[in-house]
Design a protein around this ligand. Structure first.
Ligand code: MGP
Length: 207
């Protein structure tokens, strides 16, 4: 015998299941990202000091990672974090980086306490939130260098000759960081950085 009311109970059960699923479902990012950590051990070649920490591709996993790891300002001098698209290694030699370059933000020693962490978080959010409109494909990753002489943050892009992409990314980045129009930031090709040639004026573009 069919009990009256069973279909409604069934509906309610299904509704509850959907609500429970929605609660556990994570919010996907457009790309999968890899976090790398660099610790300077001078006796070893540069590449041996670079370690992949983990990859993630959801908003929730990003925040779980971000809140779990040390703030950049608490790292010791000589350390780096890098966040790169999964599959791109955070080094000039990677095929996706070798024709590219970086928008470089150089900070004063005092800014480690006032600005560094918030600027790095904003940089990360620009990346995972794919903030660069039609030029997101040009983004490779971002690096923060903790250095006694002054910390650095940079966004690495794929093709230093792509003026339209590079300048758009630079303008958006500068605005997202809330830098005043009086502040000038520069873009340098990795090829120039790697050879340290032309060191007086390495900037290919400025915004
Ligand atoms: P750095 O860590 O980017 O900057 O490069 P730092 O420590 O502020 O030094 P400066 O030279 O910019 O004043 C330091 C050194 O690490 C470089 O001179 C290279 O020897 C090495 N290095 C850095 N990067 C990003 C790479 C890379 O991508 N590939 C290789 N092979 N070496 C690198």
């Amino acid at each position: 015998m069919r009990l009256k009311g069973l279909p409604r109970r069934e509906d309610k059960r299904k509704q509850k299941e959907v609500i429970a699923l929605e609660r556990v479902q994570k919010h996907p990012l457009q790309s999968r990202w890899a976090l790398w950590f660099f610790k300077n051990v001078k006796s070893q070649p540069w590449q041996c000091n670079l370690r992949l920490v983990t990859t993630f591709d959801t908003v929730e996993d990003f925040w779980a990672l971000y809140t779990h790891i040390q703030l950049a300002s608490k790292l010791s001098s000589g350390c780096d974090y890098s966040l790169f698209k999964d599959g791109i290694e955070p080094m000039w030699e990677d095929s996706k980086n070798k024709r590219g370059g970086r928008w470089l933000i150089t900070l004063s020693k005092q800014q480690r306490h006032s600005d560094l962490d918030s600027m790095w978080l904003e940089t990360l959010l620009c990346l995972i939130g794919e903030a660069f409109d039609e030029y997101n494909e040009e983004i490779c990753g971002a690096v923060i260098n903790i250095r006694a002489k002054g910390d650095k943050i940079a966004i690495w892009t794929r093709e230093s000759e792509n003026r339209a992409a590079v300048t758009h990314i630079g303008r958006v980045y500068k605005e997202r960081l809330g830098l005043s129009s009086k502040v000038v930031i520069g873009y340098q090709a990795h090829a120039d950085t790697a050879t340290k040639s032309n060191s007086l004026n390495k900037n290919k573009f400025v915004v």
